[in-house]
Design a protein around this ligand. Structure first.
Ligand SMILES: CC(C)(COP(=O)(O)OP(=O)(O)OC[C@H]1O[C@@H](n2cnc3c(N)ncnc32)[C@H](O)[C@@H]1OP(=O)(O)O)[C@@H](O)C(=O)NCCC(=O)NCCS
Length: 166
């Protein structure tokens, strides 16, 4: 495996919950989803969750989820375990979600990101996402603002983005 080999993308199942639970606490601290919330996400209507498995060990090293509401898609979460960051895992996960969003015919993809999360902001901006508005205190209990970001996928009506109210 080369240092940049991000691994293999696969769907996530309930069997992955203990690992996802650990990743959530490692990556999101006080803002981590509970195991029950993760379980609901994996099964929720319109949800689609994938992980990246290390090519050498088979261990899960990243995960991400998309919600499609029939019109637009939303990146629900994306994370790479700290020991595997900066090897292309996040970029592969995001590209996989965007591929899925295109497949299901989403006009736009939206997401929220902490205003102080430079790695994620760079990842999203590299993929073409643009900042739309700022949501005060979106992340609780940390009380940190979020940027809302959007990417138009070229479907009819996708070029009429409007500024979201902050
Ligand atoms: C954001 C995150 C998912 C990126 O995952 P990753 O696997 O390290 O990302 P990649 O290796 O695919 O990097 C893709 C690009 O993102 C940007 N990036 C990623 N980490 C970065 C860092 N620490 N500093 C600056 N830019 C960074 C770079 O542009 C990078 O491309 P490059 O390596 O060719 O320069 C990861 O840092 C993470 O899990 N963070 C904690 C959880 C989180 O904040 N998730 C986002 C919630 S909105």
């Amino acid at each position: 495996m080369t240092e940049r080999d991000p691994g293999v993308v696969r769907p996530l199942t309930h069997a992955d919950l203990p690992v996802l639970d650990r990743f959530e606490r490692e990556l999101f601290g006080a803002g981590a989803w509970s195991r029950a919330a993760l379980a609901e996400e994996l099964e929720g209507p319109g949800r689609w969750y994938v992980g990246v498995q290390d090519a050498a060990t088979g261990a899960l090293v990243g995960y991400a989820g998309l919600w499609f509401d029939g019109v637009d898609a939303q990146v629900m979460t994306i994370g790479t375990t700290t020991g595997h960051q900066r090897r292309g895992v996040g970029a592969v996960l995001l590209a996989t979600l965007l591929g899925r969003a295109r497949e299901v015919g989403a006009a736009h993809v939206y997401l929220e990101v902490r205003v102080d999360n430079d790695p994620a902001l760079r990842l999203y901006e590299r993929a073409g996402f643009a900042r739309m508005g700022r949501r005060r205190g979106y992340y609780q209990p940390e009380d940190i603002d979020a940027w809302t970001m959007s990417l138009a996928l070229g479907a009819p009506g996708a070029d009429d983005d409007k500024e979201l109210s902050a």
